[in-house]
Design a protein around this ligand. Structure first.
Ligand code: CA
Length: 225
């Protein structure tokens, strides 16, 4: 899968040119033309890297960066005007990974993009925590906690819990759960799901005295908020 880059740049010519080059390199690109839209898009968690112009209408690039950093550590490369030393320093202070001065050679930009993505291990999801009540699943770390305590789950128990949490408040039937947890080529009885649910309940519901995974008779299971 290709990396997704968000380009926040109000100068349409530069934006279009940069987009073309990035797409040519195999990246997926989305553009925003002012700071406010750009910040909103960056916070959506859909992108792997942000190219952020400093001089932007609505909200300037440094302010976008400051607000973004309160919630996300995704890679950000600032696009600064030539010799605007203050911008570079402020940008790095505010948490930019790198900067590049305009007008830039596209090869340099591509090189910096590659470095920034590599440093962060490529694709990163920032909406990496699923929660319901006292239970949290951190999908980056494969960690499950309840009331702040670590819960030890097997791979399939973990997958089942993750799928139920991703579909919070939606009743999931056994077949759907089995396909997602065991894979579509798994041949077996759907009551395997009941077995895993029982294990999870013994590790979470019983241990913490909560009613976490609900049975919907004749259908399947649901986790409610
Ligand atoms: Ca600008």
């Amino acid at each position: 899968m290709s990396n997704r880059i968000l380009l926040i740049e109000d100068e349409e010519k530069i934006a279009r040119f940069t987009e073309l080059e990035l797409v040519h390199e195999g990246y997926e690109v989305a553009k925003a033309f002012n700071g406010r839209d750009g910040l909103e898009a960056a916070l959506s968690g859909r992108y792997d890297l942000v190219l952020l112009d400093v001089m932007l209408p609505e909200l300037n690039g440094l302010e976008v960066l400051r607000r973004l950093r309160r919630e996300s550590d995704m890679p950000v490369i600032m696009l600064t005007a030539r010799d605007a030393v203050m911008d570079k320093v402020s940008g790095l202070d505010a948490g930019a990974d790198d900067y590049i001065t305009k007008p830039f050679a596209i090869e340099e930009l591509l090189a910096r993009v590659r470095v920034a993505l590599k440093k962060r291990g490529g694709r990163i999801f920032y909406t990496n925590k699923l929660t319901a009540g006292p239970v949290t699943v951190d999908t980056d770390r494969h960690e499950v906690t309840c009331c702040g305590q670590n819960i030890d789950l097997t791979h399939r128990e973990y997958e089942l819990l993750r799928v139920l949490l991703e579909n919070k408040n939606i009743v999931m039937d056994r077949e759907k759960l089995m396909n997602q947890v065991c894979g579509y080529d798994y041949i077996g009885e759907t009551n395997i799901i009941d077995v895993y649910v029982r294990y999870i309940r013994s590790k979470i519901d019983d241990r913490f005295g909560i009613h976490f995974i609900h049975t919907v008779r004749g259908v399947g299971y649901v986790i409610k908020e």
